[in-house]
Design a protein around this ligand. Sequence first.
Ligand SMILES: CCCNc1ncnc2c1ncn2[C@@H]1O[C@H](/C=C/CNC(=O)c2cc(-c3ccc(F)cc3)cc(O)c2O)[C@@H](O)[C@H]1O
Ligand SMILES: [Mg+2]
Length: 214
Amino acid sequence: MDQSKEQRILNSVSYNAVKGDPESVLNCIDKYCGQYEWAMNVGDEKGIILDKTVEEADPTVALEMGTYCGYSAIRIARLLKPNARLLSIEFNPEFIPIAKEIIEIAGLSEKVTIIEGHSQDIIPQLKKKYEVETLDFVFLDHWKERYAPDTILLEECGLLRKGSILLADNIVYPGAPEFIKYIRSNSRYECTSYPTFLEYMKVEDAMEKAVYMG
Ligand SMILES: CCCNc1ncnc2c1ncn2[C@@H]1O[C@H](/C=C/CNC(=O)c2cc(-c3ccc(F)cc3)cc(O)c2O)[C@@H](O)[C@H]1O
Ligand SMILES: [Mg+2]
């Protein structure tokens, strides 16, 4: 049974990256996916927007939906202050060991907790089981039609506070129209759109920042 693309990405990181150096892991994935096999990592261009938003949020507790290979988990976790943590939800059991290994190579395992499951099942557990009070930053990069229902669920579970920052990938491509409709028509959110390009491609995309006003 030949290897999966995600396994090949891990092989490339394991062989080429400098252990304990998050930047070298990110560069290795971007090089591999830019030159050999496209993959749905947020990538180096949109990654700058992610970096800036994480720095603005300076989160103590951050959530990501859609770990995939752990690329954005590394981007986020490398910017976290001491004692801050990232919870990352992933439901595909094939990707979890790969993401864990890539995050370990980046030296960020202590800061990142990968939670296996569907976001809609995990979100209601965050307060009690994962000792979350409220979330300072949320990165949405999972199934696009789940962005809106999961945002509503975060609100209903009391996980957002005044100033919580949400950042959503792929607003243009593949697109998340229901999310955009919901968030921009909801006066409790201050929205900003960041036009950019799809990872590793000359295709337009955008990211949406939404600050919860409580
Ligand atoms: C119904 C389950 C919803 N809840 C969920 N809970 C936990 N993990 C979930 C998840 N949904 C999806 N996931 C995981 O997130 C990841 C999925 C992300 C979906 N992303 C995309 O489809 C995507 C797709 C593209 C894309 C762009 C151009 C193109 F031609 C083809 C694809 C680009 C991106 O940046 C993308 O993010 C996987 O690891 C999946 O297992
Ligand atoms: Mg994406």
